[in-house]
Design a protein around this ligand. Structure first.
Ligand code: NAD
Ligand code: ZN
Ligand code: ZN
Length: 238
């Protein structure tokens, strides 16, 4: 939705010009901040008169400094969704979105308990994604992508923490962050729908793949994976 914004405006929303240039290197181009950005020529060659000055910028929350034009180049290389991620500390500014293809997320409740969670029932998530054609945001636009092992069944304990994870997974789904199109690290198949770094438990009563229960750390791990994609409890506040 935010993709209509001009890249320069996105940079200026989350970075401010610093007056005194620190005696440090830019984490993107590795050159000194007091030298111009290595991307200066590249951006002016593209014909766009960049309104962004070749200055050093500072992120408004985390305070990390780097060449504004280097950050612009990094933004233009990504999905251009109106969000920025500090390359030093990974703080996300705005709403990060992904490249998950269209599909369906369904939620069911199961009375049976998961191993390690004897005091509650189980939440079942079913993800369905049909095969289709890759969009401009995918590795090979216009080419087909495949969908292996769909629908994928996933399980959470139906307790307070599990339900919180579920709500955050719904946010991640809406932001297209649960799956992406790429090469499966398990099968090596390219141009297929794969998990995108937010781990799911796909076995309910067994643990043959290692993606099953019991796993006492699972809910905390998935909360930190969600947070690294910018999906936190703040997203659930009205
Ligand atoms: P991938 O192999 O590129 O791996 C990406 C991430 O998914 C990794 O972090 C990995 O640890 C995790 N992952 C791998 N296997 C998983 C599993 N069985 N359950 C949960 N997480 C898993 O990702 P991918 O290609 O999307 O999935 C790996 C394989 O698992 C694929 O061959 C897929 O068909 C199969 N799979 C099947 C089902 C099913 O319900 N039949 C569900 C999930 C995955
Ligand atoms: Zn730089
Ligand atoms: Zn930072």
């Amino acid at each position: 939705a935010a993709s209509a914004q001009r890249p320069e405006e996105v940079i200026q929303r989350y970075m401010e010009v610093v007056a005194g240039v620190p005696d440090e290197d830019c984490i993107i181009c590795m050159d000194q901040l007091s030298n111009p950005s290595g991307y200066e020529t590249a951006s002016s060659e593209e014909g766009g008169q960049s309104t962004l000055p070749d200055t050093v910028g500072k992120f408004i929350k985390c305070g990390h400094t780097l060449h504004m034009l280097c950050m612009l180049a990094m933004y233009n290389n990504g999905t251009k969704d109106g969000s920025l991620q500090c390359p030093s500390c990974k703080t996300i500014y705005g709403e990060k979105t992904g490249t998950q293809p269209k599909g369906k997320m369904e939620i069911y409740s199961i009375a049976q308990s998961l191993p390690g969670h004897p005091d509650c029932g189980t939440i079942q998530i079913i993800y369905s994604i049909p095969p289709g054609l890759q969009g401009p945001e995918h590795p090979n636009p216009g080419q087909p992508f495949t969908c292996r092992g769909f629908p994928r069944f996933c399980f959470l304990p139906d307790n307070d923490k599990g339900r919180k994870v579920l709500e955050l997974l719904k946010v991640a789904w809406m932001r297209r962050l649960i799956f992406t199109v790429g090469t499966s690290s398990t099968t090596g198949e390219p141009d297929t729908v794969v998990w995108n770094g937010i781990h799911h438990k796909t076995e309910m009563m067994s643990n043959l793949s290692g993606h099953g229960y019991p796993d006492p750390n699972y809910l905390d791990n998935v909360l930190s994976e969600l947070a690294s994609q910018g999906v936190t409890e703040d997203c659930l506040k009205p």
